[in-house]
Design a binder for this molecule. Structure first.
Ligand SMILES: Cc1cc2nc3c(=O)[nH]c(=O)nc-3n(C[C@H](O)[C@H](O)[C@H](O)COP(=O)(O)O)c2cc1C
Length: 326
């Protein structure tokens, strides 16, 4: 163990960073009626009966006087989407509340919206804690939205992800020169095929080929009235090429209509029947999605999407996005 009298400050900070915490914003109102607040991760629970919490404030903080004098303060446990709010309240001084909607709690203290949980406290005790002051508050009101919390770990914002049995299993090792069970390409590919395996009977029932649905009908449901050239630009990432014949075949089945029989690159629209078919298939896809993430909590669902989007960004050859504004 390191000699406790000669602890290196950087090493101390680094080691503390190994402790994952939530992120809070603590607010109060100063004697002149100005709203005051800062980002703090030193929050913790203290007592259940009476309900008490604590947090500590650096003695160089601009907010120190306001909190020392305050009769009340509020602790907001931030939700996963509030990392930029955390950044705003981690800057020193100035009015951090500009443009924010606030409610008013006991003693007119400002209460922020959209948090994972919120505690209104009566200031109960203050203790000296080295270069910080420790504030203990008695909780007089609380609310809990159930939104996934924002996490702080190793100097970075993060999200909660469960450590389920399946996630903890050691992946089977790669064969020599091959790839292992954790190879990303295998995982993405297998997830895709297993997802679509359940779509296939629904497509067959409607006498539709997979590409006719994924590359033409569902694209038109997002961006109707497209020329075949435009459709091809939008689905180029799939490797499938939309042909005039494929479009003509869907027209024959009453699912799309063309704005011209003679134009070499006619515009394609969904018919009412085509739109009904797509809506039914999207409902099926949504039910498969719900089953696929049945044992993921809200935070894991969000993390999964964010990570997949990163993979899409990292592998993007610069093709247009279906969801981009035109
Ligand atoms: C994730 C995170 C956690 C923080 N935790 C604390 C804390 O617990 N106590 C503290 O005094 N400052 C903490 N800070 C730093 C303050 O938010 C920062 O010093 C802020 O500028 C203080 O504002 P003020 O000078 O206007 O009071 C934290 C900053 C971040 C980004």
């Amino acid at each position: 163990m390191t000699d406790p009298l000669r602890i290196d400050l950087r090493a101390f900070r680094g080691a503390l960073g190994a402790f994952a915490t939530g992120v809070t914003i603590v607010t109060t109102r100063d004697k002149d009626g100005r709203d005051v607040g800062l980002t703090a991760n030193s929050f913790n629970s203290v007592s259940l009966e009476p309900p008490m919490v604590l947090w500590s404030l650096g003695k160089t903080s601009q907010s120190l006087k306001a909190f020392v004098e305050a009769g009340h303060f509020a602790v907001h446990i931030l939700s996963i989407d509030q990392d930029s709010l955390s950044g705003r309240f981690a800057k020193s001084g100035g009015d951090k509340f500009v443009g924010l909607t606030v409610e008013r709690g006991q003693g007119q203290i400002p209460l922020l919206d959209g948090c994972a949980a919120r505690f209104e406290c009566r200031s109960a005790f203050q203790y000296d804690g080295g270069d910080h002051v420790i504030f203990v508050g008695e909780v007089i009101a609380l609310d809990h939205s159930g939104r996934p919390p924002l996490v702080f770990h190793g100097g970075r914002y993060a999200a909660v992800i469960g450590t389920s049995e399946a996630a903890r299993q050691e992946p089977r090792a790669a064969t020599e020169g091959g790839f292992g069970e954790d190879f990303l390409g295998y995982l993405l590919g297998r997830a895709h095929y297993q997802f679509f395996a359940r779509m296939r009977p629904e497509l067959e029932r409607r006498v539709l080929r997979e590409e006719e649905y994924t590359d033409i009908l569902s694209v038109l449901s997002l961006r109707d009235n497209r020329s075949v050239t435009e459709l091809n630009a939008l689905v180029e990432f799939t490797g499938y090429h939309v042909t005039q014949e494929a479009v003509a075949s869907l027209e024959k089945r009453g699912l799309v209509s063309l704005d011209s029989a003679t134009d070499p690159d006619p515009r394609v629209q969904l018919t009412a029947e085509g739109r009904r078919t797509v809506i039914e298939l999207i409902a099926v896809a949504k039910s498969i999605e719900a089953d696929a993430e049945a044992d993921l909590d809200q935070s894991e669902r969000l993390v999964l999407r964010r990570l997949l989007k990163k993979v899409l960004r990292n592998t993007d050859p610069g093709l247009p996005s279906l969801w981009e504004a035109e």
